[in-house]
Design a binder for this molecule. Structure first.
Ligand code: NAD
Length: 298
């Protein structure tokens, strides 16, 4: 069984760490939020007081942090006191599961490689329900040898593990996935709002479209209309879940990549603006499916 340091035990990292414990591994948790660490300790993790203490003496370090700046700061580089890369033992495998920009992923992977450390990025899709159930899809980028070492652990937290290519490839696939999710979610939210506006129960549209051509993951597994999907954040006042701020961040990454590559993203850009409005409206911390509240007429 492996010794695992887990840094960032929030909405996603918390249940992922709990699944590694259930599989028999020894997990030490660190997070800037004491509440998040308390919850991880209740699930069977040990507590670390810093990222460096969490990383030292482990076979594997896993991170699940908000965005690129957090990941760059936590991993750091050789000689940066308190950073993960400076604190781990030789031979420790590094796995970053956060969704971040491709450039940050490549920078951190390069800093790890410069110290002789193996690293993969493994952003995830499947939401908090997938993290709890251990059925996430793991979207991996990094060298093939590091991927093979990480795979058995990624299979504990995920139902499907895909090696997309070298460092940065996993993040590239992830931001495209989330752009499609955001567009789908807004589509489902508009459909649910329109059917209600037409005086028909949204559950009827859900029943027809889940079996029809309007189907999507957002509709089947994550309906923004309360009461239509078991376990969906909509049933709990849109908390907890995939925060609107996180979706706005991912859409910003996608739109930036579209500008860089010259690929037109008409709906991706519109979705980015809608999620900016969602956050500006005070809902940055609510699940992204709560965007339906901006679309309801009655
Ligand atoms: P979260 O805010 O619930 O968790 C992130 C945790 O990181 C927080 O507990 C925070 O305190 C901690 N943190 C921040 N900076 C830190 C630091 N320097 N050291 C230690 N801990 C630090 O967010 P989340 O929903 O768990 O998302 C985490 C990542 O997963 C994001 O990159 C997000 O885009 C991605 N993601 C989330 C979902 C989802 O449904 N929530 C789905 C797929 C991917």
């Amino acid at each position: 069984m492996a010794r695992i340091g887990f840094i960032g035990v929030g909405n996603m990292g918390g249940p992922m760490a709990a699944n590694l414990i259930k599989a028999g591994h020894t997990v030490t948790a660190f997070d800037l939020s004491a509440t998040a660490v308390d919850a991880a300790v209740s699930a069977g993790c040990s507590r670390a007081d810093s990222a460096a203490a969490c990383a030292k003496g482990q076979d594997i370090v896993i991170t699940m942090l908000p965005a690129g700046p957090h990941v760059r700061a936590v991993y750091g580089a050789k000689g940066e006191q308190g950073s993960v890369i400076d604190s781990v033992d030789p031979g420790t495998l590094l796995i970053d599961c956060s969704t971040i920009d491709v450039a940050s992923a490549r920078t951190v992977a390069g800093n790890a490689e410069a110290c002789g450390l193996e690293m993969v990025e493994a952003p995830v899709t499947g939401g908090v329900p997938g993290a709890v159930a251990g059925t996430l899809t793991m979207i991996v980028g990094g060298p093939a040898a590091a991927f093979e070492k990480a795979k058995p652990y990624l299979e504990i937290v995920g139902g499907k593990v895909v090696h997309c290519g070298e460092a940065g490839a996993g993040q590239a696939v992830k931001i495209c996935n989330n752009m499609m999710l955001a567009i789908n979610m807004i589509g489902v939210a508009e459909g649910m709002s329109l059917i209600r506006g037409l005086g028909i129960d949204p559950s009827v549209l859900a029943e027809v479209s889940t079996a029809g051509s309007g189907n999507s993951w957002a509709l089947t597994n994550y309906n923004p209309e309360p009461g239509l999907t078991e376990g969906a954040p909509a049933n709990n006042g849109y908390k907890p879940g995939f925060a609107g701020a996180m979706m706005a961040k991912d859409l910003g990454l996608a739109v930036g990549a579209g500008v860089e590559t010259g690929v037109p993203l008409a709906l991706g850009s519109a979705a980015a603006q809608m999620f900016q409005l969602y956050c500006a409206g005070g809902m940055a911390g609510d699940d992204m499916s709560g965007i339906i509240r901006m679309l309801k007429s009655k």
